[in-house]
Design a protein around this ligand. Sequence first.
Ligand code: DHB
Length: 389
Amino acid sequence: MKSRFLTRWMVLALMCSASGLWAQEAFKIGLILPMTGQSASTGKQIEAAARLYMAQNGDKVAGRKIELIVKDDGGVPDATKRIAQELVVNDKVGVLSGFGLTPLALATAPIATQSKTPMVVMAAATSSITEASPFIVRTSFTLPQCAVAMGDWAPKNGMKRVVTLVSDYGPGLDAERYFKERMQLNSAQVLESLRVPLRNPDFAPFLQKVRDLKPDALFVFVPSGAGAAVMKQFLERGMDKAGIKLIGTGDLTDDDQLNDMGEGTLGVVTAHHYSAAHPSALNKKFVEAFKKANNGLRPNFMAVGGYDGMRVIYEALKNTKGGQGGGEAMVAAMKGQIFESPRGQIYIDAQTRDVVHNMYLRKVEKKDGQLYNVEFDVIKDMKDPGKSK
Ligand code: DHB
């Protein structure tokens, strides 16, 4: 009798000390980003946004200290995968996050699945990514969302004959396909679909071809960081003066670069989920705080994907009392989250784990002496059109 009592007491004591330890142990978030190479601006924006979120919301959630471990993958898929493995095995991170390009996210998906670690995709935007692992949750956007919005807008605005020019990989192929399908549905035509290499593209020969085809408009997708080069060559060739309109997904008129692209960008129409000029009180506060913390740097859509990703992680931690129940419980707590983001209302679809949000049509305009994507129309609560295929 006495020994049974003692055993029970010991078990209870052990449980208490274990839960005490649990609370003391930091919850680690691995943030893998391209901090060097062609997509370095993506890494810089997302890291800054994650740090801002933590500065504003504290580094303790549900009694656990949050530790952010930032790693540079240089935009190389093998590196992303290796780093993810190390973070899971050695550092015992509770969440993997970041993923600046589609191939980086796809390379890491099997690690998330095998280790049952939630993987929050803050940047990469090919539709199929969320299907690569049941542990993936996305807070960025998808290219079909933007392409469908533009494929509806362009024909209604006099652009019936369009050439597409995209980076030749996942998101570019999504943009090309969904734009073309939508144009055809609207009795308009894609004259030619041009693809440029992802690494160090030379746009000149492609733009020459576009000039020869004399379309009403050129529709462009290039990843964040590459827009300025397309814009420069488009203008240098006088294609705007030749009557060819420039349209695209908002990656083209990226807030990270837009203000330095010059006045030739005035009037360029794009579809996207975020503009630094989004006129909400929450966004104004976000932009101000981000600039203040980062030497005046303007946040772009990558920053917002990172900021919202941190929010999704923090809320999941609260709802699982500090991550109890492991990765599966964390992913369950991420599904269905609905909240106001600097981009507007956002929702994590519980079925697809993908982001549902507004698609805005925006035009480059000058405001207070600076170039911005000014929103003039909205398609509310758009799910990823890629998921119904
Ligand atoms: C992807 C990367 C980008 O920089 C971007 O703007 C859109 C998509 C990607 O690789 O998925």
